[in-house]
Write a protein that binds this ligand. Structure first.
Ligand code: AVI
Length: 336
């Protein structure tokens, strides 16, 4: 799964957190649900399917940028090859794209220590098996942790610099103030001269239209719609709620003034939904008007200026950035 804020770690903590989140979000006006709720087992599988959709250019474009520039990225990160690097990845998931960077690190320095950090132990097992089997020279030290609320479990090796990876446009799912807070937390745990590589999706520009962006979040096969509605299915399954999935429509909206894609679930009719009493409080009776929405996700889009502003606000200096030819996606290297 990708990295999303404040994912609880144990089963009990998770069900209480789901109950608390749902009570607060669904009784608020406008109604919201936090995006970490997407990533139960079914949601994580749907997200993996999204990353392979023709319309969802983000994953393959970032992978193409790595394929074209991995040696250069690692060379810059190592200050022109002068330093040796240890790589730590925040919200690593199954680390499918990271292998390209790790292979470049091995070419540059012979071997590399890689520390993937994620809340999902099963994803880390897959990452570790995949990297160890396919890239000789990488020693994997996985850590199950929530880097959004905990200190980074940095394993420092004398004379090695850290290159922290925060890729996949995960930073885009945080509000601007939460994104700054998260990056400041990362910065506080790096030493001066350490590096951070961030992947960001770009807003509309010379070659990229708002339609391209919107299509990535409203694909023809309906996979993103299923991903969005899965959150209601999760609430039915885990909280005994009675959401009628067919009565909610998936909506993706380009909000230009906030430079973000918003995902919503829109009630197709006037309806009442029940959530039984749980650890967070008494039973809920939720009255939806036709057309009323539940706001389930923001996915912020950047440009070179806004990426730089974000990184500077967290006390990083920009070293260099790379984009694909069509200006769809950017990968930025910053120095602590
Ligand atoms: C995980 N994150 C970067 C994805 C995004 O594009 O914001 C989540 C997603 N939502 C719908 N499609 C993909």
């Amino acid at each position: 799964m990708p990295s999303i804020a404040a994912v609880p770690e144990t089963v009990d903590a998770t069900s209480h957190a789901v109950a608390t989140e749902v009570r607060a979000g669904l009784t608020a006006s406008p109604r919201t649900l936090s995006p970490w709720l997407f990533y139960d087992e079914a949601g994580s599988r749907l997200f993996e399917a999204i990353t392979e959709l023709p319309e969802y250019y983000l994953t393959r474009t970032e992978r193409d940028i790595f394929t074209a520039h991995a040696d250069e990225i690692l060379w810059e990160a190592a200050s022109g090859g002068r330093q040796k690097l240890t790589l730590i990845e925040l919200g690593a998931g199954t680390a499918t794209k990271t292998g390209i960077l790790l292979a470049a690190a091995v070419r540059q320095q012979g071997s590399v220590v890689y520390q993937p950090v994620d809340v999902s132990e099963s994803a880390l097992v897959m990452a570790s098996e995949n990297i160890s089997a396919n890239i000789p020279g990488v020693s994997v030290r996985s850590q199950v942790a929530d880097y959004t609320t905990q200190a980074l479990p940095l394993d420092r090796l004398a004379e090695f610099r850290t290159l922290a990876l925060y890729i996949g446009s995960s930073i885009g799912n945080f509000s601007p103030s939460d994104a700054v807070a998260l990056l400041r937390n990362v910065r506080a745990q790096l030493l001066p001269g350490d590096k951070l590589l961030v992947g960001t999706d770009l807003g509309p520009g010379k070659h990229k239209s708002a339609a391209t962006l919107l299509a990535a979040y409203s694909d023809a096969a309906g996979t993103t719609a299923a991903f969005n509605r899965n959150v209601l299915e999760r609430l039915n399954r885990e909280l005994g709620a009675d959401f009628d999935l067919a009565a909610f429509e998936h909506k993706a909206i380009w909000n230009e003034s906030h430079s973000r894609i918003e995902m919503h679930l829109e009630s197709r009719c006037r309806q009442q939904v029940h959530v039984p009493a749980n650890s967070a409080g008494g039973a809920l009776r939720l009255n939806f008007e036709a057309g009323e929405t539940i706001h389930t996700e923001n996915s912020y889009k950047f440009n070179p200026v806004s990426v730089e502003r974000l990184l500077r606000s967290a006390d990083f200096a920009i070293s260099r950035s790379w984009q694909d030819d069509q200006g769809l996606f950017a990968v930025t290297l910053a120095t602590a």
